[in-house]
Design a protein around this ligand. Structure first.
Ligand code: RB5
Length: 152
C-alpha cells in the first residue's frame, strides 16, 4: 500500500519508528517530514499528507504530533478526508470498520512506540465493513462538504 506520513517536531520520533516498520511490512512510504526537533506547525505536514490521499498519490495517511489532536483537526478540514485520532486497538479496528477512515492520527506524547506500531498494523489491515448503516452515516458526514461548498 502507498502510505503518506507526516509529523511535527513533537511527533517525528514516533514517525521514525513507524516509517521503518511500514517499509518492513512492504508498504511504499511517502514521508513529508519533519525530521528534527525544531518547532514547526502541524498543519504544514497534515495538509500535504491529506492532499496526497485525496488526489490518489497515497491510499492512506498517517499523522503524528504531540497529542494527535492538532493533526486530526487539520486533516478533517480537507474535503475527502476522514481522520481518526486513535490511541487504542479497539478504536483502530472500529474506525476502519465503521468510519472507513483514510487518515490515522496519533500523539507521540500519549502513546508508546510499541502500542503505536500495533495500532498502525490493525488500522491498515482492517477493511471497511461495507455495512449499509455505516455507509449511510458516512454519506451524511461527507454531504456536509457539499453543503459548505454551496454556502461557504
Ligand atoms: C506542539 O507543542 C503540540 O502543540 C502539537 O504537537 C500538537 O500536540 C497539537 O495538537
Amino acid at each position: 500500500m502507498k502510505i503518506a506520513i507526516g509529523a511535527d517536531h513533537a511527533g517525528y520520533r514516533l514517525k521514525d519508528v513507524i516509517v521503518p516498520m511500514l517499509k518492513q511490512l512492504g508498504h511504499e512510504v511517502l514521508d513529508v517530514g519533519c525530521d528534527c526537533a525544531d518547532s514547526v506547525d502541524y498543519p504544514d505536514y497534515a495538509i500535504p499528507v491529506c492532499d496526497m490521499v485525496v488526489n490518489g498519490e497515497a491510499e492512506r495517511g498517517i499523522l503524528i504530533c504531540g497529542t494527535g489532536i492538532g493533526m486530526s483537526i487539520a486533516a478533517n478540514k480537507t474535503p475527502g478526508i476522514r481522520c481518526a485520532l486513535v490511541h487504542d486497538l479497539f478504536s483502530a479496528k472500529a474506525t476502519r470498520e465503521h468510519n472507513d477512515t483514510n487518515v490515522l492520527a496519533m500523539g507521540e506524547r500519549v502513546v508508546g512506540p510499541g502500542l503505536a506500531e500495533e495500532i498502525v498494523k490493525v488500522w491498515l489491515d482492517t477493511p471497511f465493513s461495507q455495512g449499509e448503516r455505516h455507509l449511510n452515516r458516512i454519506r451524511k458526514v461527507m454531504g456536509l462538504e457539499d453543503k459548505q461548498a454551496l454556502h461557504p
